[in-house]
Design a protein around this ligand. Sequence first.
Ligand SMILES: CC(C)(COP(=O)(O)OP(=O)(O)OC[C@H]1O[C@@H](n2cnc3c(N)ncnc32)[C@H](O)[C@@H]1OP(=O)(O)O)[C@@H](O)C(=O)NCCC(=O)NCCS
Length: 197
Amino acid sequence: MNYIGSKVIETKRLVLRPQTMKEQKHLWEILMIPEVNRYFLTVPPKFRDKLLDWEKQEEYYQKDMEHALDNDVFRWSIFLKQTGECIGRLSCQENDCGIEDANIRDVGWLISPDYQGCGYGTEAAYAMIDYMFQEAEIKEIRTGAAIVNPASWHIMERLGFTRQKETKWIQYTFLDAPVEDYTYRMTREEWLAKKKQ
Ligand SMILES: CC(C)(COP(=O)(O)OP(=O)(O)OC[C@H]1O[C@@H](n2cnc3c(N)ncnc32)[C@H](O)[C@@H]1OP(=O)(O)O)[C@@H](O)C(=O)NCCC(=O)NCCS
């Protein structure tokens, strides 16, 4: 794979930019909305209180942002072209399910509830996945989404991921019991073939 970091990506309505500290409080406020974090955050539940406290989070984000431009970081804030407003974030991170291969990655995305249902999630995800397969030249994406979270797995299916037979039980941060997730995969070859159609 090519370690080229989070270059600026433009779509019809959006600009995906490497993250900066400037928009982190706004993104944290979005992330702390229960309907956003419910099937998204997988930080161990013991950190719930810490997550809800911006003063504690600010320090974490400040350290994190020192690496926002590193070549092995693939994470973007999503801005509306028309207004410049930051409406979400997305990432293509190393897979944490025991595969030690940086070429096989996971994805994550969130859009502010104020802007959901307008196709922004699909538009941003398409652009990031295209960048990861075409320019970063990763081999495969393995990901998943809660069965009760169709807004997310619709994006996966729309973009050509294949749902696997096996499901996974995930302990989400703010839920007391594990939740069943569909799992999905897509290879670079599948993406390129789909684009040619
Ligand atoms: C998942 C998420 C990023 C989707 O963003 P979005 O901008 O609303 O997505 P889109 O408008 O592009 O819609 C994506 C698909 O989901 C469908 N959808 C949107 N909201 C939906 C809902 N509430 N229920 C069912 N389907 C929904 C859309 O119809 C579309 O499917 P289609 O292409 O088959 O028509 C957004 O809902 C979100 O931030 N959720 C909270 C965080 C999260 O759960 N992230 C994913 C973790 S795996």
